[in-house]
Design a protein around this ligand. Structure first.
Ligand SMILES: Nc1ncnc2c1ncn2[C@@H]1O[C@H](COP(=O)(O)OP(=O)(O)O)[C@@H](O)[C@H]1O
Ligand SMILES: [Mg+2]
Length: 307
């Protein structure tokens, strides 16, 4: 395992009698791009707030780069940049002032070059001197991202940063975060967009009702769920494969494979039997189906589709 950048160890948190997080444990290695998924109310924001020291856990421990978020708060906080889900800002400052002020909290004074770079990558250069209150929602969100990055934290946590955000910002944000990840920053991303997690994250934890219901690499999550279906158009099938046909319509067969390696065996069998292939396509499982199966929450995926 890589050196842990983020550790959650048996975290539990209650709101009154309601258990929002129930014995949550997982570790994010340094340099990983990690996805935290789950339907609304699963506990994602509460978990991130515990990491940032905004909410206390009732049981368990959380650490950032080895520093406990309660007993070694300052060291943990300094190594962490959180982009919050809610838009919070001071309307009286300009964009540049907002970022300078944030840098000041961390005792950083000569950060103008880095602030210029942040403004550039977030497409905010021409808004540097605009007042926060004059910005659109999407622009404000870009500033929130900038605020989280101003002290160059090795660990970046984004809590649904693209919910309700236009496509242009989403793309700008992802290329910037991907660049930072390539440069060695650890990224923990909470997102509503499953395609986004699928495209960006290497490992994924899924939360449901405050519990971790899945924790694995994206590839394992996707390949472990359902067989791979091949749609094959031929004038026949070798004997040995006929039992594997799930469905047939004329010369089109749907065949289930347990693993991608089986595709090679299928193609070899067809070649050997001198059967010509008129068409072949794979019906791939995606993260959305994994998510649905694990969370059993159809309302949530309808929401995803509506976006
Ligand atoms: N301050 C609070 N007081 C009472 N309940 C809360 C509070 N914060 C969160 N909750 C509850 O905890 C659960 C998890 O919330 P949250 O962490 O925001 O979930 P998510 O970010 O996954 O949508 C929800 O049921 C929410 O209503
Ligand atoms: Mg949330």
């Amino acid at each position: 395992m890589l050196f842990p950048a983020i550790e959650f160890q048996s975290i539990s948190r209650y709101f009154g009698a309601f258990c929002a997080l129930d014995d949550v444990s997982f570790t994010v290695g340094q340099g990983e791009f990690f996805g935290l998924l789950g339907p609304n109310g699963a506990g994602k924001t509460t978990l991130i707030s515990i990491l940032g020291g905004l909410v206390k856990s009732h049981r368990g421990a959380a650490r950032v780069m080895g520093h406990d978020v309660t007993t070694d708060y300052l060291n943990a906080r300094r190594r962490l940049g959180v982009v919050p889900q809610e838009l919070v800002y001071d309307p009286f400052f300009t964009v540049r002032e907002t970022l300078r002020l944030q840098a000041g909290y961390y005792g950083l004074l000569k950060v103008d070059d880095w602030i210029d770079e942040i403004l550039h990558y977030l497409g905010l250069s021409d808004k540097a001197d605009s007042n926060m209150r004059a910005l659109s929602g999407g622009m404000k969100r870009r500033v929130l991202v900038g605020q989280a990055l101003v002290h160059k934290p090795p660990v970046i946590v984004l809590d649904e940063p693209t919910a309700g955000v236009d496509v242009e910002l989403r793309h700008a944000l992802w290329s910037f975060i991907t660049k930072l990840n390539r440069e060695g920053h650890t990224v923990l991303l909470t997102t509503h967009y499953l395609e986004e997690a699928e495209a960006l994250c290497q490992r994924i934890a899924m939360l449901k009702n405050g519990k971790v219901v899945a924790l694995d690499t994206k590839d394992n999550l996707i390949s472990g769920v359902e067989p791979i279906t091949v749609r094959l158009k031929t004038n026949g099938l070798p004997e040995s494969w006929q039992a594997r046909v799930r469905c047939q319509e004329g010369g089109t067969f749907l065949i289930e494979l347990a693993r991608y390696e089986e595709l090679e065996a299928l193609l070899a069998a067809l070649r050997e039997a001198h059967i010509t292939i008129d068409g072949l396509s794979l019906e791939e499982t995606d993260l959305e189906r994994v998510f649905l199966r694990l969370t059993g929450n159809t309302a949530v995926t309808e929401e995803y589709h509506a976006i």
